[in-house]
Design a protein around this ligand. Structure first.
Ligand code: ADP
Ligand code: MG
Length: 626
């Protein structure tokens, strides 16, 4: 199976195009990199000083110069308000989210700005997160152009797997501000797998464990002869090396008698974090590290650090467990674990990962560079420099998508963690006789009841020819494309009348919300199933009682008094059951009423058919028999 049609049926020749300069960009919270083809191999590029990692820091200087990278980061302590760091975390966030998080306490935000799209006040004027990101992207592209002597014609830019639509749009906006043609946004763990998938012969199930500065992604991929598929993803958009730094900074503040982190002056905060970061990175190589603050020195041992870090490490392990559970897989089914992101250099992370999965993680490719390299390889394929070969790149749908059915129930059409792109159809029908329109409500979530899911869109299908309830055939198709965009269409079979809607399922949803929805669905699974059964039973009972009452009105004279009494008794018993919370009882009495009214229904059916035949015009019969 291949998603890419290489040649058309009939075997017409495919024109060969000249090579295009393509690049892969890892736009990181802490560090960013660019990779491109160098003599037939995709490699990350270094700056003039030999550094591959570009610190994701931008200094807007009072003299009007924009400085990006290590030189900017070095000024973070001296000029905290004008050196923007960790801007990736601000992409797609509201002003409240930024001020509440505490990550951006050293900055001032423009009071005039739309709270939905906040902007930093710098000595060079107001800059929003997309503009700051654009300065980083531009620096990387200039690096590639200087090194290769060619213009970069297209780039693949990576984003965390759980970036929502707003965050992805902001990333695209940043690229367009930097004048970059975006070939595709690619999830970071997927990019890492691309790098490994093509560089090695590995097969089997692979966990990509990516702990960077600000985000944590864990993905489960299945790799078979160069074909790989993302089976499940999870993680935390607010967990990374920065959090380990904050834990050490809090410890340092306590040692200095500064009190809690809240009481530290905003201008001291970056320096405190830098001291913590240096000590933490030193602990990757040594058993203890020295920290000094205001002239006083402190020693942090690896054991003490392990204690401070334990809650964070535990969070990464819980995310791994969830991903495996989603895929219904045991750790024993995992063949390889890839470490990605600078923070996986911490020995305690490596140990925890090795312990949990029962094997040593792979680290053949530099964990700092692997994402950019994978993005670079994908970019080469997308511009046509490299053949796509047989490999497919599949992502997954993070939450189930479905439709509201009668009784405010959810019918899931595309289940959570289904590989995308995907298209699935299901047939629905009308509930009432003569119903000519159908209201469609598209929802997202794992719960059984509509009220517990997220509403994505509503639309309606009109023009259904009047028929008896249950006779119309409406095919509802859900299609999710490679970018996660959902299209829903509904089509009535006999007339072909159609309605459709497009939605972005991830819009405005961040990882915490996704996680909360999953947690709720697990906690409520049993109760939800019971509630669903009850609603379905009541719905069927309502349909039947209404139909019988309507039939009494029209054809009541077909029944003898004794026959009528039997049906009335069954009707009464069912109505009593409907008032109770017992699905099984309702079902049983529905069945009894069905049975009691069987011969009445038969008699009516014969009458109706007879009437219809008698009422039919000769013309219509002729037409039908022609
Ligand atoms: P991002 O993808 O978020 O930009 P990176 O993959 O570049 O992040 O990882 C940055 C994180 O890696 C930082 O928190 C940094 O402190 C951490 N890091 C880098 N080298 C080491 C090391 N030797 N020991 C511990 N942490 C490290
Ligand atoms: Mg990263």
């Amino acid at each position: 199976m291949s998603l890419l049609q290489i040649s058309e049926p009939g075997g017409r020749p495919v024109r060969r195009t000249a090579r295009k300069r393509a690049a892969g960009i890892d736009l990181g919270t802490t560090n960013s990199l660019i990779a491109t083809d160098v003599d037939g191999e995709v490699l990350t590029l270094a700056d003039a000083d030999g550094a591959h990692l570009l610190p994701s820091a931008v200094h807007y200087r009072a003299d009007g110069a924009t400085v990006v990278g290590a030189a900017a980061k070095a000024q973070a302590v001296a000029d905290p308000a004008n050196v923007i760091v960790s801007v990736k975390r601000a992409l797609g966030k509201s002003l409240d989210e930024l001020t509440d998080s505490g990550d951006y306490r050293q900055y001032r935000f423009d009071p005039e700005c739309d709270p939905a799209s906040p902007a930093f006040i710098t000595s060079m004027g107001v800059r929003n997160p997309a503009e700051v990101s654009a300065d980083i992207l531009r620096t990387l592209v200039l690096r590639a152009e200087a090194r290769t002597g060619e213009a970069v014609e297209g780039a693949v830019i990576t984003v965390p797997a759980y970036f929502n639509d707003a965050q992805r749009q902001q990333t695209r906006l940043a690229a367009s501000l930097a004048g970059i043609n975006v070939l595709r946004l690619l999830n970071e763990p997927t990019a890492a797998a691309v790098a490994y998938g093509l560089d090695t012969e590995e097969q089997g199930n692979i966990i990509v464990f990516d702990l960077g500065g600000g985000t944590f992604d864990v993905s489960l991929l299945s790799l078979q002869k160069g074909v790989f598929e993302v089976l499940a993803t999870g993680g935390d958009t607010a967990l990374g090396g920065d959090d380990f730094d904050r834990a050490v900074a809090a410890w340092l503040a306590e040692q200095c008698g500064l009190g809690g982190m809240e009481s530290i002056a905003a201008r001291d905060y970056p320096a405190l974090l830098q001291a913590a970061n240096r000590a933490r990175e030193a602990l990757s190589e040594a058993e203890q590290a020295e920290l000094s603050w205001n002239g006083a020195s402190f020693t942090l041992t690896a054991a003490e650090f392990a204690e401070l870090a334990a809650p964070l490490v535990r969070r990464t392990m819980l995310a791994c467990r969830r991903v495996l559970r989603d895929a219904r897989m045991e750790t024993s089914a995992i063949d390889n674990v890839l470490l990605v992101g600078g923070a996986t250099r911490m020995p305690l992370i490596r140990r925890a990962v090795a312990d949990y999965f029962g094997r040593e993680p792979l680290q053949d490719i530099d964990p700092d560079r692997v994402v950019a390299i994978g993005a670079g390889i994908q970019a080469e394929v997308l511009v046509g420099n490299k053949p796509a070969g047989d490999f497919l790149l599949l992502d997954v749908n993070p939450l189930s998508l479905g439709i509201e059915t009668m009784g405010e129930l959810v019918e899931k059409i595309i289940h959570r963690n289904t590989s995308i792109p995907v298209s699935k159809s299901q047939e629905f029908t009308t509930f009432k006789d003569g119903q000519t329109a159908m209201a469609l409500h598209v929802v997202q979530g794992e719960r059984e009841l509509v009220s517990e899911c997220r509403s994505l869109a509503r639309f309606s299908l009109g023009g259904i020819p009047p028929m008896v309830a249950g006779a119309a055939k409406v095919k509802v198709t859900f299609q999710v494309d490679a970018d996660g965009l959902l299209s829903v269409s509904a089509e009535e079979a006999s007339t072909g009348c159609k309605a459709e809607v497009q939605v972005k399922p991830s819009y405005g949803l961040d990882l915490d919300q996704v996680e909360q929805m999953l947690k709720d669905s697990h906690e409520h699974a049993r109760a939800d199933m019971a509630a669903r059964a009850l609603r379905e039973a009541r719905l069927e009972a309502t349909r039947l009682t209404e139909a019988i009452v309507a039939a009494f009105d029209v054809d009541g004279e077909l029944l003898e008094a004794a026959e009528r009494a039997v049906i009335d008794r069954a009707l009464h018993a069912l109505r009593q059951a409907m008032a109770e919370e017992n699905a099984a009882l309702i079902e049983e009495r529905t069945e009894q009423l069905n049975h009691a009214s069987e011969s009445f229904a038969e008699r009516r059916m014969n009458m109706t058919v007879g009437a219809a035949l008698r009422g039919e015009s000769i013309d219509a019969i002729d037409e039908r028999t022609e």
